[in-house]
Write a protein that binds this ligand. Structure first.
Ligand code: 1JT
Length: 277
């Protein structure tokens, strides 16, 4: 019987409103990169939970654990929180073994992780150190390969969807973005190669290129407020984008509504990147 109105109905039978809800019911979403309330990954997490997914979150180290666990208290009880530094293959192996036994498989995988030394996000790109270059590539780009490889057996045959976060600095010269731009270029190319590799097993791989957003790590970049303002002044929508807007596009790309899209970079940037002048 499916006639009785049930709160939180997952069968979409009650109203047009509820038709949209629960499209991730019974699905597991693994989300890397929640650090605090402002994290883009946190907005994606909330969208996934709203749509019915069970979520798994990582924390990078003991210093980050308490903050992530506190945020997870706002989520359903079946939420899994586990340690995983994406540059540590052993931790990645343990993490996905735990996800496999707790959840059985993965339907959505989100990579919202990046790092560059503060001194590299400014000045001239030509001054980038080898150490800084390798660090940015390792944490921000190679880690997507690491996660995709470890998650591959858990995603196979489930029409799973992988999503990474990128920025316009990957394909244009954006002052100060420097070594991160080169790392994001590698990340975007990885999205295409991974899409080709994982596609035959039904897994899609895409990226969202978000406009700049006031997250804690971005606010550590000197002159970031000026960057936000310069973008808002020129973007067609005359504003910046929000974490929630990225979360909604993520929810689309992670759901079956985007079943024909793979290997793409989708812009959530208030239209900024279409402008020539
Ligand atoms: C990192 C940081 C990766 C900030 C990032 C990022 N990807 C986008 N942003 C925001 C940003 C930063 C700059 C920018 C535009 C957007 C900081 C911590 C390390 C990883 O310049 C135009 C510099």
């Amino acid at each position: 019987m499916r006639y009785a109105a049930r709160p939180h109905s997952d069968d979409g039978s009650n109203s047009a409103h509820q038709d949209k809800m629960g499209e991730m019911d019974g699905k597991t979403a693994v989300i890397f990169g929640v650090a605090n309330k402002r994290s883009i990954a946190w907005a994606i997490t909330r969208a996934m939970v709203r749509d019915g997914a069970r979520v798994v979150l990582n924390y990078q180290n003991e210093r980050m654990e308490e903050g992530v666990r506190k945020l997870a208290e706002e989520l359903p009880k079946d939420t899994l929180v586990a340690p995983c530094d994406v540059t540590d293959q052993e931790q990645v192996g343990r993490f996905f073994a735990e996800v496999g036994s707790a959840c059985g498989g993965i339907d959505a995988l989100v990579h919202s992780v990046a790092f560059a030394k503060r001194e590299e996000l400014g000045g001239r790109y030509v001054d980038t150190s080898l150490d800084g270059y390798l660090m940015a590539q390792h944490v921000s780009a190679y880690s997507l390969v690491t996660l995709a490889k470890a998650a591959e057996p858990l995603m196979e045959g489930r029409n799973a969807s992988v999503l990474a976060l990128t920025y316009l600095g990957a394909e244009r010269v954006v002052e100060s973005y420097n070594v991160m731009g080169v790392a994001k270029a590698a990340l975007e190319a990885s999205v295409r190669y991974l899409a080709a590799d994982l596609g035959p097993a039904g897994t899609r791989v895409n990226a969202i290129s978000a406009g700049p957003i006031k997250t804690l790590s971005a606010m550590g970049v000197s002159g970031f407020s000026d960057i936000l303002k310069a973008i808002a002044d020129r973007a067609p929508l005359r504003r910046n984008v929000t974490q929630e807007e990225v979360g909604e596009t993520a929810a689309f790309l992670l759901s079956s509504r985007s079943s024909g899209i793979t290997g793409q970079v989708i812009y959530v940037d208030a239209g900024f990147c279409i402008m020539g002048t």
